[in-house]
Design a protein around this ligand. Structure first.
Ligand SMILES: Nc1ncnc2c1ncn2[C@@H]1O[C@H](COP(=O)(O)OP(=O)(O)OP(=O)(O)O)[C@@H](O)[C@H]1O
Length: 324
């Protein structure tokens, strides 16, 4: 597969003006994005996602390292490289507030070698796809936040660039709009096969849309893996164990010290342990804890897991999330 975006060893340190304190937001990050791939750029607050996206679209200069888009250096060949990118950044909408929905679309579609008819057809298609029908002649100013966000993404698509960067596309939207946007993006991803980077805290969006994720924490990459592989890996390790009698206090504290990320739910007569067994030997440690007080194990089942749980486990630093 052909690399469209190549991020090599980039770093960025900010120096606070008042205190002169320096903050390393990005520390030697590298990753590639291949043609037609949807990459999720994830990480907890302050991990360095927005800084990374801003460097990719040339809004922020890295201190070290290089970024190439279709082989063009974003710093040295800036204009040529940026011709391939459209970005929707958080809180920085690519829209004119005093123009209507349709005027914005027509303005940003530009010509880009397309005939007027072709452009009008694409605008019509996006108006329907993004649920903007009936709003075409309204000023952006008066639209709801969800509508503005949908229009911002539609406008980014209209530029017909190969690369689209979406920073937190569903942030601050209510559940319904967020779901609707996710479904629209799903169709676009399937139909268009553009190369997309999505930075998001919205794990259902990531699970549904992304082929691969790069997870960063404190400015460095901690995981770069296909979404399905990560889910599979954690699924094969997640167990749900039903106990016929609750654990003693001593057993409970041993369980939580051996498996700090497990959950223990105690009922009056029964109990449930949900645990991730990272190494095959872990099962023996677990059984030893139950055996010590002759606890009845009623069943051991594989637990289902979603991407939100995978993300939390990776970020909280389970001992070994690398692929076996
Ligand atoms: N202009 C700036 N000046 C000083 N520090 C900054 C600046 N921009 C970002 N930072 C700091 O750099 C670190 C990384 O910030 P960045 O916005 O890239 O992270 P993020 O992963 O996008 O976070 P979030 O999910 O909260 O948006 C944070 O500690 C942030 O406070």
């Amino acid at each position: 597969m052909e690399k469209v975006i190549e991020v090599k060893n980039i770093s960025k340190t900010y120096v606070k003006r008042k205190t002169k304190e320096s903050i390393t937001a990005v520390n030697d990050i590298s990753f590639d994005v291949y043609r037609g791939e949807v990459l999720g750029l994830l990480g907890p607050n302050g991990a360095g996602k927005t800084s990374t996206i801003k460097m990719i679209c040339g809004l922020l200069a890295q201190d070290q390292g290089s970024i190439h888009i279709n082989g063009m250096d974003v710093r040295k060949d800036r204009l040529k490289a940026l011709r391939h990118i459209s970005a929707v950044l958080e809180g920085n909408r690519n829209l004119y507030w005093r123009l209507t929905v349709r005027e914005n679309m027509e303005y940003f579609a530009g010509n880009r070698g397309r005939s007027r008819r072709e452009m009008t057809n694409q605008i019509e298609k996006l108006i329907i796809q993004f649920g903007l029908k009936g709003k075409e002649n309204e000023l952006v100013n008066g639209l709801s936040r969800g509508m503005q966000q949908k229009l911002a993404i539609a406008v980014a698509l209209l530029a017909n660039t190969e690369v689209i960067l979406l920073d937190e596309p569903t942030l601050g939207l209510d559940v319904e709009i967020s779901y609707e946007l996710r479904e629209i993006l799903k169709t676009i991803v399937k139909e268009d096969r553009r190369t997309i980077i999505i930075s998001s805290h919205d794990m259902p969006v990531v699970q549904e849309l992304c082929d691969r994720v790069t997870i960063i924490n404190q400015g460095t990459v901690i995981v770069d893996e296909k979404v399905n592989n990560l889910l599979e890996l954690f699924e094969t390790r997640a167990y749900s164990i039903k106990l016929g009698n609750p654990l003693t206090e001593n057993q409970e504290s041993q369980l939580l010290s051996t498996f700090p990320l497990c959950t223990y739910k105690r009922g009056p007569l029964q109990a449930l342990v949900e645990v991730n067994l990272e190494r095959s030997d872990d099962i023996y440690d677990l059984i030893e804890i139950f055996k010590a007080e002759r606890t009845i194990v009623e069943s051991i089942d594989r637990a289902s897991i979603d991407f939100e749980q995978v993300f939390m486990k990776v970020v909280k630093g389970e001992r070994n999330y690398a692929m076996a």
